[in-house]
Design a protein around this ligand. Structure first.
Ligand SMILES: [Zn+2]
Length: 280
């Protein structure tokens, strides 16, 4: 007598739960036992836990004939692909660990692509060429294709493929490349603007301070300042011969005794004296 349907289903779901979570059984042995049993989703669980992703995809395609599920597996199981658009920037440090051993979405999807394009022995009792070409069309034609590595994909796809899906895929790749370039351009402009602002800020800070050492000379009499009292005249924008106003960061240091002379000279030059700092 056959067990009623619901009993079989309950047992199967308990078994699935067990092989998905238990850590003490020998996965390879159980896999061997159910290999020819038609328990495809159970085989997928075991293959996946053993890191045999290619076998998982084979079951999806050749046994279950479900390319949507195969794609979903690549997306769900694969490490965030860094979307390939932002490849180098998305590497989150410290988030490695168990993640590091997991393949990326691009690697898994590449496996899937190979399964479609180079089925070889796998397809003997499996999916028909028609089904494989339909699967390929689906993969290239939906949002999942953004996680494919374009270079790898083009290497795999034979030159003589007259596939409309390929054309659409390539157009998508190009569009992404253009927008990536645009993003990079904006980023580099931002960096340049930031660098300029840093220079300005540096200049401003420099304008607020001056240094004086044993070699500092008085701007009026050209003798060393040494230990004597001195005046420090803050930098002023200087008028370049080309009539361009240039910011200057240079303080003028003079002996205190020479300070009046300096001010007179400056007043004669171009009226008005800025605040003078008298320091010992
Ligand atoms: Zn002097």
């Amino acid at each position: 007598a056959k067990a009623p349907q619901h009993v079989v289903e309950e047992a199967r779901s308990k078994f699935k739960e067990f092989i998905a979570e238990d850590n003490r059984f020998e996965k390879a042995r159980v896999l061997n036992l159910i290999q020819r049993s038609g328990l495809d989703s159970e085989r997928i669980i075991l293959y996946s836990r053993m890191g045999l992703h290619r076998s998982v995809l084979q079951v999806y395609i050749h046994s279950l004939k479900d390319y949507r599920a195969a794609e979903k597996y690549c997306i769900d199981t694969g490490r965030d692909n860094q979307n390939l658009a932002h490849n180098k920037y998305n590497v989150e440090e410290g988030k490695e660990g168990e993640d590091a051993s997991r393949p990326t979405r691009a690697v898994l999807l590449n496996m899937l692509l190979k399964l479609y394009l180079e089925p070889g022995e796998d397809a003997k009792d499996g999916a028909s060429p028609e089904f494989l070409s339909e699967s390929l069309k689906h993969l290239l034609g939906n949002h999942t294709s953004q996680y494919l590595d374009p270079v790898e994909t083009l290497r795999l796809i034979p030159d003589d493929t007259g596939l409309p899906a390929l054309k659409a895929y390539l157009e998508g790749v190009l569009r992404a490349a253009v927008s990536r370039r645009r993003t990079a351009m904006v980023a580099s402009k931002l960096v340049r603007a930031e660098r300029f602002q840093t220079q300005v800020r540096y200049l401003e800070v420099k304008r607020k301070s001056f240094t004086i050492d044993t070699k500092t000379e008085c701007a009026v009499c050209r003798k060393k300042i040494g230990d004597s009292y001195f005046s420090a005249h803050p930098p002023e924008n200087t008028l370049h011969p080309t009539k361009m106003l240039l910011p200057s960061a240079k303080w003028v240091i003079v002996h205190k005794g020479c300070s009046k002379k300096y001010s007179d000279r400056k007043r004669a030059g171009r009226g008005g004296v800025s605040n003078v700092l008298h320091v010992r």
